[in-house]
Design a protein around this ligand. Structure first.
Ligand code: SAM
Length: 233
């Protein structure tokens, strides 16, 4: 009998996600954590309006994608979730780590609207995706079946405080629009620093859209030192 475990499958992306995150550092660690993080999924031209008929009746969609930037890095059976301060190991299948046997991701994103044109565009929010992420599939979220508010959440249930965010006076950039300010503040409040660099007086730079956001953390506060346009360089 043919051994199903030996089979391999070939999947091609149905589209690509455009997001404000050109780099991994600072991206929300889970979908929904940064509501201001917008993504636009641009479907390949072969997927016309028929393919999304009825989708706008749903508030949220499951998005399956490829962790394309870390695809070559392989995986190990045990990983150190950042939520646990990088100290405790959990099995790869007990985590949402990008480093998995099949580097596929799953995010629950809010469907804001659909734009119909040469390419269908899904406007989404709450994204945790790198710009250019290849999208494999989109499915509607079924709240009456899939929402399990009383379910155990394992190690992710541990209470985690968000940080306060303060703009240092010299960092105030009058040119930033409201959405970018919200995106910067919500992203930094999630504390993007690697666990082993907590407690150090270190400056970090996160890229948000076309800006370099320089910041440092002292106790529970993130101080934004400067926001500079990457296109002015
Ligand atoms: N919600 C998804 C899931 O559970 O499968 C992703 C969770 S994963 C912990 C989120 C992190 O994946 C982001 O913070 C970012 O560092 C990384 N990431 C996002 N898009 C990626 C991509 N295309 N390639 C590699 N890493 C990516």
């Amino acid at each position: 009998m043919h051994n199903m475990n030996q089979q391999s499958f070939h999947f091609s992306p149905i589209g690509v996600a455009r997001t404000p995150y050109p780099q991994k550092f600072g991206i929300a660690r889970q979908s929904g954590l940064v509501p201001a993080a917008q993504a636009v999924i641009v479907l390949n031209a072969q997927f016309n309006a028929d393919t999304v008929r009825g989708l706008d009746e749903f508030d949220y969609v499951w998005v399956q994608f490829v962790f394309h930037q870390t695809l070559d890095e392989g995986f190990s059976g045990l990983v150190r979730p950042p939520r646990l301060g990088g100290k405790i190991k959990k099995g790869v299948f007990a985590t949402r780590s990008p480093h998995r046997p099949n580097a596929m991701g799953l995010s629950l994103l809010k469907l804001e609207r659909i734009e119909y044109g040469q390419n269908i565009k899904l406007y989404l929010s709450g994204a945790d995706l790198l710009d250019g992420t290849p999208i494999l599939d989109i499915k509607p979220y079924l709240p009456h079946i899939e929402s399990k508010p009383d379910a155990k959440g394992g190690f992710t249930e541990e209470h985690r405080e968000v940080l306060n965010v303060q703009w240092l006076p010299e960092s105030q950039n009058k040119g930033l629009n409201q959405e970018t300010v919200a995106l910067i503040e919500q992203s930094l409040a999630q504390d993007p620093r690697p666990a082993h660099q907590h407690g150090k007086d270190k400056e970090f730079v996160m890229q948000v859209s076309a800006y370099d956001v320089r910041f440092m953390c002292i106790q529970q506060t993130v101080y934004i030192i400067s926001v500079t346009s990457t296109t002015d360089k």
